[in-house]
Write a protein that binds this ligand. Structure first.
Ligand code: DOR
Ligand code: ZN
Length: 346
């Protein structure tokens, strides 16, 4: 079917990695083409752990935007065991820092400076609660005894449940959820708890990691899960529940860093993100719910205005290239060499 078009309020991406330097320059235009704003992840090397670092990083992102772009990077701080309540106060006053990211130490890419024991930063969380500054969680335990496919479910039991009880007034986002357990916990959970959902976790189950061989471009963290979990995620985002909103977790790595004897986690969906989400909602017969998921629930949660502009999507196929440029290095986008079922037209 062609010529079928839908118009949406311009959406936002509430979880995005744009890196730095030449990589930043080549990836940020992809997001700016589709989204008005994005929450920018702070897991650079070294991490974006101070207000000064975050404001400098923001300027570099603005410099990398195509001319005329009004894309707004919404900055975050990387939570470490050295983060102070004073830094949180300064972040809340900065006007540009919208959240603090909690990586359990070692949980994923550039998470080495993360938090070993969340109890050690309770004074920082207390300060965030006072300012209403959201805590964004990479919700996986790092305990090597825990099966890698169970790390999200165990995080909910061991940490999240305790955090929501200790800090009932702290807005929290369980990022890139992948399991039925997370869906159920968030939909029945406290008012201040929400979750982002990626396009890749909505489109693929864990078979995709091993389809005909080992597929490094389907390796991300949290890992893809069983089909029943993918279906639970689709059910959550298409339910209209305002606690679920769009966060791509698009995470570019050069091809060599993924096709390696110890490949990096991360999938580059930014090039076609909105088209991929449209495919999910279309297949579920829920296109009428896409706009709220992509453009309303996020700003409502963050207490920010909804965007005023619009974008248009057409139900028609478009080719996805085999490779893209990541600042002079080769990148492999999601579904490289395949097709989208929708196309962003304006
Ligand atoms: O797959 C992932 N890639 N998951 C993360 O949590 C981090 C991200 C990255 O920065 O590459
Ligand atoms: Zn991420």
């Amino acid at each position: 079917m062609t010529d079928f078009r839908i118009q949406l309020t311009r959406p936002d991406d509430w979880h995005l990695h744009v890196r730095d330097g030449q990589m930043l320059e080549s990836v940020v235009p992809d997001s700016a083409r589709q989204f008005a704003r994005a929450i920018i992840m702070p897991n650079l090397k070294p991490p974006v752990a101070t207000v000064v670092q975050a404001l400098e990083y923001r300027k570099r992102i603005l410099m990398a935007l195509p001319e005329g772009s009004e894309f707004q990077p919404l900055m975050t701080l990387y939570l470490t065991e050295q983060t102070t309540p004073e830094e949180i106060r300064a972040a809340a006053d900065s006007g540009h820092i919208h959240a603090v990211k909690y990586y359990p130490a070692g949980a994923t890419t550039n998470a080495a400076s993360g938090v070993g024991d969340i109890r050690r930063v309770f004074p920082v969380l207390e300060q965030m609660q006072q300012h209403g500054l959201p805590l964004l969680m990479h919700g996986e335990v790092t305990d090597p005894e825990v099966d890698v496919f169970d790390r999200e479910a165990v995080f909910i039991e061991r940490e999240l449940d305790m955090l929501v009880q200790e800090f009932p007034g702290l807005p929290m986002v369980l990022e890139h959820i992948t399991t039925r357990a997370a869906v159920e916990y968030v939909q029945d959970g406290p008012d201040k708890l929400a979750a982002t959902v990626t396009a890749h976790h909505l489109l693929l189950n864990r078979n995709a990691i091993f389809q005909g061989g080992l597929r490094p471009h389907h390796y991300c963290l949290p890992l893809l899960k069983r089909e029943q979990h993918r279906q639970a995620l689709v059910g959550a985002v298409t339910s209209g529940n305002a606690r679920f909103f769009l966060g791509t977790d698009s995470a570019p790595h050069p091809r060599g860093a993924k096709e390696s004897d110890c490949g990096c986690a991360g999938i580059y969906t930014a090039r076609n993100a909105l088209e991929l989400y449209a495919e999910v909602f279309d297949e579920a017969g829920a296109l009428d719910r896409l706009e709220a998921f992509a453009a309303f629930h996020g700003p409502d949660f963050y207490g920010m205005p909804r965007n005023s502009g619009t974008i248009e999507l057409e139900r028609t196929e478009a080719e996805i290239p085999e490779t893209v440029d990541f600042g002079g290095q080769v990148g492999v986008p999601f579904r490289a060499g395949g097709r989208t079922r929708w196309r962003l037209v304006g």
